[in-house]
Design a protein around this ligand. Sequence first.
Ligand code: ZN
Length: 243
Amino acid sequence: MDKLFAILGDIHANLDALNVVLDDCRAQGVTDFLCTGDVVGYNACPRECLEIIRGLGCPVVMGNHDHYVSSEQNLADFNPAAAAVIEWTRGQLTEDEMNYLANLPFVKTTMGITLVHSTMDNPEGFGYVFDHLQAEAHFSHQVTPLCFHGHTHCPMIYEKQIGAVYRIDAQDFKLPIGRKYFINVGSVGQPRDGDPRAAYVLYNPKERTIRFRRLEYDIAAAQAKIREAGLPERLAERLEVGQ
Ligand code: ZN
């Protein structure tokens, strides 16, 4: 059977969004999953999402929330709402779940594809890539033709040709030979590009195609879970605007 990869990340404990994405993956005929990290944080179902992602048995890289939840990281400089959920999540997870998160790799290369949560020039620093200059620093470390990442929660394409790096809006396309791509797959559980629908990417290596998927899910259900858990109201509100 031909391979079809689903690349998903920034799930952020949003079970309602994750279930819809996985249903779509099954409908599309996905054979392999890859995860760009941040399984936990911001939403109220960290354990359920961890169980599902671990159950997929797929490569997963370390996101900053995964790292902060599972380490002694001081949260003083962190956004207060995000820090509140990290503290809460630490109290929810079992020792085994904490160990799983603590041992995720920062970079993973599998079947000629590289995964990183933020950038390869400093994967443990979790810097943000919003423009072609930031992508240029990353590309000097990208060995494989294709690397997927997340972290900004905004789907985007960065293309490296000889001597130049370009930023291209997320769109379905066919990979030309001889160029490198650094592709942001967007966020399953907390999109921030103004579109509240869950995001992930499909990659067909035989046809060399990349497809950006967006899916509606029950946002009200995810918001109700945030409120029920007593997590910051702003985290519920931002889901419906995709910011
Ligand atoms: Zn994230």
